[in-house]
Design a protein around this ligand. Sequence first.
Ligand code: SF4
Length: 432
Amino acid sequence: MTSKINDYRLDGIYRQRQEGFFMQRVKLPVGVISSVQARGVASIAKTFGQGTIHLTTRGSMEIHWLREEDLPLVKRELGKVGLTSRGACGGAVRGIVCGAQGSDKFPALETIARRLQRHFTGNPRFEHQPKKFKIGIEADITSGRHLIQDVGLVLTRIEEESCRYDIWIAGGLGREPQAGFLLAKDIDERRIIPLIEAIVTVYASHAPAGKRLKHVAREIGEETLRRKIFAEPCAQEELPPIISLPESLLPPPANRQQFEVRVFAGLLASDDLRLLADFADFRADGALRVTADQNLAFVLAERIDGATAKMELEATGFKWTSQPANIEFRVCPGCHECLAGLAPTRDIAKTIQEAVGAEGSQLTWAISGCPNSCTQPQLAGAGIVTSRLVTGEDGNKEPRFDLFRNTGTGLGEKVGELLTIGELQEAVRRIG
Ligand code: SF4
């Protein structure tokens, strides 16, 4: 049974906390999905799940509450709309993410993301890695997200035939957060795929099972890791120029307004997703984006403004998902569904929002249900990590929380450790 479960992981499936149920993660390159595909996901969630979709901070969609016997059907239904879940979980090159979806450079970033996803997804050379391998692409370094990837590409220049990128490697969060380091500057796009192949090869041959690239960097040192990567034959390779039309599903954002539907905790009803897909057909060239804050965003067709779009959406019967106050709060499924979850994250997020004052409401917030830190709390203005369970006075297990504050450009600093829920609320009130 164990090996079968591991096989499921490479198909993007995790067992859920509730016995007999599974979660299917769907890989969306840099969070982009067409309206046809979104309707496909909505239909799967409604038919096989419980009619909800979870939007992740890495731009994926997750469908919970699937039965084992339905998993092959779900895969087939995803395939019918051109979606893949291969490598969305387990030891594989995961979905490519981008925190710069609103940038006017986004079409170039989406194009390289699609090429990378096509190259690494389902390629047996790059599966069965010691652990997950994450790639992120950014327009600049302001979000800090390039620091938490196994490979973080930061665009430096767009040229006629290709783009150039700085390459950061060996970052990651989890129990031992570590900022990535700069491996190489201003690398031509034609070298990116071979160079990432070299990085994955060194990772696979040096990391013990269950460890990320950041562990290798810690063990052998940044300079030795750099030397080993550049000693790989493919590290110097340059592929022929890619002659192709742009691959972006989204139109260039110039002269168009962008519009975002906020989704509390990334939890979206399948009927709402279907309505939003219809709206995208009507007003946004048939494409949607899952944002790094677990919302859905659109590039509106020319001459449509955000206020008009909002009215039109409401006229279709769309009910705005409740987002208490105006706080951007990234929330993982926690112990509502996740096997690793130590706390009911959605409930705690609601409690915390009530405690946040005027100053705190200006920050971005994130809570993770365990130290894996899937919502990237160390990059939020205020981040909460459920660090462990302890036995309370009544003999029941209670979660304890670490609180992080981030006021700069790197990873946040821990300002509270092993807090009870009451202490956490008090610490949040003190933020203002
Ligand atoms: S942070 Fe932990 S509880 Fe939350 S989704 Fe990730 S693994 Fe699950």
